[in-house]
Design a protein around this ligand. Structure first.
Ligand code: SF4
Ligand code: FES
Length: 248
């Protein structure tokens, strides 16, 4: 395949970025999108040009690092896949592909396509965990019977990989889908009940402090989420938040 790549280049957080065009050929349709980017970067380095910075780690759809906005969609044109699991066969020979970083005030660009998503880490630190007594007499989690329906829903919510595509796809840059997944995975389980009030209040406060926008039920987040996190989690987050406000 022969492609034209229009890529956002930005030296650092303070510099003004711009789109730069590159021609690339000999790309196999079976390559992943990141392998195609590797080929480009090797060519740039041979020419003595600065390679394009982008985040990646597992390249298996697990870590959530590969944040690219491809032809106007977070993680590109395929559904339920991350950029690392997107393959070049989804594009046409001769196509022009525009590649930008995930854009949101709360995700400042570090360099080129790499953005700082530590805002998500801070939201997690605010309550996205269960405190476990490790004194030696801890009850095995499997000894607590859990309704299959609830276990499945909790598991579905827990598949969120924190990639940020929901924020990048939302016209308001809202983080509600991410936060709702992190709240829901515990709200549905008895292990999450003890800290439920503090969890939802603290996580929502941190979300607001980080500068994410409000949810207006557009649903773009659900469409672009590589893990199929459902909007019903946002409804659950809202219920958990109202419950916590009344009881606090
Ligand atoms: S909800 Fe989906 S899009 Fe948002 S961070 Fe989690 S996996 Fe990524
Ligand atoms: S590199 Fe880990 S999900 Fe893409």
């Amino acid at each position: 395949m022969k492609l034209t790549l229009k890529i956002w280049r930005q030296e650092n957080a303070d510099s003004k970025g711009k789109i730069v065009s590159y021609q690339i050929d000999n790309i196999s349709p079976d390559m992943s999108f990141l392998e195609m980017m590797d080929v480009l970067n090797e060519e740039l380095m041979i020419k003595g040009t600065d390679p394009v910075a982008f985040d990646h780690d597992c390249r298996e759809g697990i870590c959530g690092m590969c944040s690219m906005y491809i032809n106007g969609e977070a993680h590109g044109p395929d559904r339920l896949v991350t950029t690392c699991q997107l393959h070049m066969r989804k594009f046409k020979d001769g196509e022009t592909i525009t590649i930008e970083p995930f854009r949101a005030n709360a995700f400042p660009v570090v360099k080129d396509l790499a953005v700082d998503r530590s805002a998500f880490d801070r939201i997690q630190h605010a309550g996205g965990f269960v405190s476990v007594n490790t004194s030696g007499n801890t009850q095995d989690a499997n000894s607590i019977p859990i309704d299959k329906h609830d276990a499945d829903k909790a598991f579905d919510a827990a598949t969120c990989i924190g990639c940020g595509a929901c924020v990048a796809s939302c016209k308001n840059a809202s983080a509600m889908l991410f936060v709702s997944a992190k709240v829901s995975q515990y709200a549905l389980l008895p292990q999450g009940e003890i800290e439920a009030t503090d969890r939802v209040l603290n996580m929502v406060k941190q979300m607001d402090d980080e500068g994410f926008g409000n949810c207006t039920n557009t649903g773009a987040c659900e469409v672009e989420c590589p893990k199929g996190i459902s909007l019903e989690n946002i409804a659950r987050l809202n219920r958990e938040f109202i419950k916590a406000k009344i009881s606090s």
